[in-house]
Ligand binder design. Structure first.
Ligand code: SF4
Length: 351
């Protein structure tokens, strides 16, 4: 008789046991994490902060920011009391700046509406500004031991492969969430969520799943199909539109750089920036007017990719004094500017 296929038996209990056992031995050591088996209470502020930072950001990139934030603002009440500008400057380089603004709103809601104590249910967490279903579930399970379905891109990928889901993303999302929900239990819910995250990040990687060391390979239909990396199936992507613009790097005699505070609403809202033109939809626009009179020198272009468009930014360099600028030392500007402007500032030295 041929042996049963991996799909024949319901894998929930065996997969849970195997993955939790693997997590006990291989859990990543992360600055915001309480290791498995550690009886120390988990600080929801640290879980929440890390989850906000980790949206669209790698653990390696987020770790120094997490350390800096928790050193400077050790509690949610400290963060809530911080000035917007200070927090936005400390966030510079992490990208997706709307997250930082929402994070501050969330911290202030906890400080003012909950006396500085994070609510301990998924529903109450979800009611906080800036907290979506993923973050609410992650904090509820990891910090408060609630049985919550924590589903991010990593978890979607693992589920799509475990069950060889042929429906393409994004249409498959509901199905993948329902599959993930089958594994949620009152037994070690936080460890389960983190074990799945670790599996997706270190073994069931997007392009190169390391199935040879995977603790749940025995149940994986994607592996059984012979092409595990084919999952999750994706609908063909529309190409990102390209936009163009100009950034002006104006330096004074002391070498300081002229910066502006961007409007609170919109892309990179509230952040420091270089003066720029509009970022128009195409390259065939009339040349924009410079923001000051100077002998502007062309320093080439820099490329930057935002979520919804790619930007080619021409960099022009000039000398000037006075004006209504935020004059900033170059080193300070480099650390406090969003990446797109830091790139332009670095490129300006070519002129
Ligand atoms: Fe992912 Fe391979 Fe493990 Fe399947 S066996 S879950 S594809 S790493």
């Amino acid at each position: 008789m041929p042996s049963a296929s991996p799909a024949a038996a319901d894998p929930v209990e065996s997969v849970r046991a195997a993955l939790l056992d693997w997590y006990d031995r291989h859990a990543r050591s992360l600055p915001w994490r309480t290791p498995p088996g550690d009886a120390a209470p988990v600080d929801p502020y640290r879980v929440w902060l890390s989850e906000v930072m980790l949206q669209q950001t790698t653990t390696v990139h987020a770790a120094p920011y997490f350390a800096a934030f928790t050193r400077r603002w050790p509690t949610v009440a400290d963060l809530a009391a911080a000035a917007d500008d200070e927090v936005m400057s400390a966030w510079a380089g992490l990208g997706y700046y709307a997250r930082a603004r929402n994070m501050l709103k969330g911290a202030r809601a906890v400080a003012s509406g909950h006396a500085g104590v994070f609510p301990d249910t998924e529903a109450a967490l979800l009611a906080l500004p800036g907290v979506g279903p993923y973050t609410a579930a992650a904090v509820a399970s990891i910090a408060f031991g609630r049985a919550a379905n924590v589903v991010d891109g990593n978890v979607e990928r693992v589920m799509a492969r475990l069950f060889a889901v042929e429906t393409p993303l994004p249409a498959a999302r509901t199905q993948l969430r329902a599959l993930a929900a089958r594994f949620v239990s009152d037994h070690r819910p936080g460890d389960w969520a983190q074990a799945l995250m670790d599996l997706g990040a270190t073994v069931c990687r997007p392009r190169t799943p390391d199935c040879g060391v995977c603790p749940v390979a025995f149940a994986c239909e994607g592996l059984a199909s012979g092409e595990p990396a084919r999952f999750p199936v994706r609908a063909p992507k529309a190409e990102r539109p390209r936009r163009t613009g100009v950034a002006w790097v104006l330096r004074d005699a002391a070498g300081r750089v002229a910066l502006v505070r961007r409007p609170a609403k919109g892309l990179l809202g509230g952040m420091l920036g270089l003066p720029t033109s509009d970022w128009t939809a195409g390259p065939d626009q009339p040349p924009p007017a410079a923001p000051a009179v100077a002998d502007w020198i062309d320093a080439g272009t820099v490329e930057h990719v935002f979520t919804h468009f790619s930007l080619t930014l021409s960099v022009r360099v000039g000398r000037g004094e006075g004006g209504d600028w935020i004059w900033t030392e170059e080193a300070g500007a480099l650390t406090s500017l969003p990446t797109v402007f830091a790139k332009a500032l670095i490129a300006s030295s070519r002129a």
